[in-house]
Design a binder for this molecule. Structure first.
Ligand code: SIN
Length: 309
């Protein structure tokens, strides 16, 4: 083993449950197998890892992503990719919905195989302050429910779709029309078992989870509100401030996140680039897999011709 391959990365946790900064690695160069293994281990432990001062371009971003999985197309409905990089979603303050900001969400859980991971990189235009992203740990949320509630959650399934709990796309906006023209709707277990660790994650999020199955509307609302309160408890979260050269890489099976609203008040530019990695089909506590109600899996770009975008 070379000296480089045996170098320990410097992993600095950001909070008790969620997030660690990784130092001592240069993402402008190809990663060694050992570095990849250490980053994967940190991701499994902290659910989201962050890098600083990594001034990489689109090609290097893509190469980094490919070290950890198979990139999907940028997004099923809303890609805006940089030219030549159909895997990269541009997330720009000019295309954000304004002062409300985003709802808490896990990426693209309307599909039967939500992305396994997402890698978000700051461009040159990020605010000097404001515009932070907040992440939460869905395993911590599950583990701190009372035993009786965990046992109930283990048996529940939920419908996920774009527009989520609040029906954000039940209208005639241009985006909503795109969603309605090719809907992506799936049923996932409320508690998902993570393949590598066997941990259980409370796999619901307001951005996509519409309804708990097999209970009445009012019961569904109460249960989802309870679960949403749990996943967004501040003690499970970590808040990340963007700088040019910052990167966040999250395990999308075990986290939810919320994009900011505050920077809109400053009227400043904020441009980030995101790549998502093809995901597996979630498995519940009883071993059953998620199923697609409407729409195709979100496959790796250029590999799976059944990809939705
Ligand atoms: C995202 O939801 O992937 C973007 C979050 C952000 O804009 O901070």
């Amino acid at each position: 083993m070379s000296t480089l391959a045996s170098t320990r990365l410097d992993i600095r946790p950001l909070s008790v449950f969620t997030g660690a900064e990784i130092h001592g690695v240069d993402l402008t160069r190809p990663l060694s197998g050992d570095e990849i293994d250490q980053i994967k281990a940190a991701l499994l432990r902290w659910k989201v890892v962050f890098f600083r001062n990594q001034h990489i371009d689109h090609a290097q971003h893509l190469a980094f992503a490919q070290a950890f999985g198979r990139p999907t197309s940028a997004h099923p409905y809303d890609a805006n990719p940089p030219e030549g990089y159909p895997q990269i979603r541009t997330i720009s303050s000019t295309s954000k919905t304004g002062r409300r900001g985003e709802r808490w969400h896990t990426d693209v859980t309307g599909v039967v195989n939500p992305p396994a991971g997402s890698i978000l990189r700051a461009g040159h235009q990020v605010p000097a302050y404001g515009g932070d992203t907040v992440f939460t740990n869905l395993v911590a949320a599950y583990e701190h429910l009372s035993p009786a509630l965990r046992a109930l959650a283990d048996t529940l399934w939920a419908r996920h779709q774009f527009g989520g709990y609040n029906g954000d796309f039940d209208n005639q906006s241009v985006y909503a029309q795109r969603v309605q023209a090719s809907p992506l709707v799936s049923e996932h277990p409320v508690v998902r078992v993570l393949p590598e660790t066997g941990e259980r994650a409370l796999f619901v999020n307001p951005g996509f989870t519409r309804r708990i199955k097999d209970v009445n509307e009012e019961e569904s609302r109460h249960l989802l509100n309870l679960f949403f309160d749990e996943i967004t408890r501040p003690e499970y979260t970590a808040r990340f401030r963007w700088e040019p050269g910052s990167i966040a890489f999250w395990d999308n099976r075990a986290t939810a996140h919320q994009g900011p609203a505050d920077f809109a008040y400053l009227d400043v530019e904020r441009v980030l680039y995101r790549i998502t990695l093809e995901g597996d089909v979630p498995v519940g506590v009883d071993g059953r897999h998620s199923n697609a109600v409407l729409g195709k899996p979100f496959g790796a770009l250029g590999v799976d011709t059944g990809a939705v975008a």
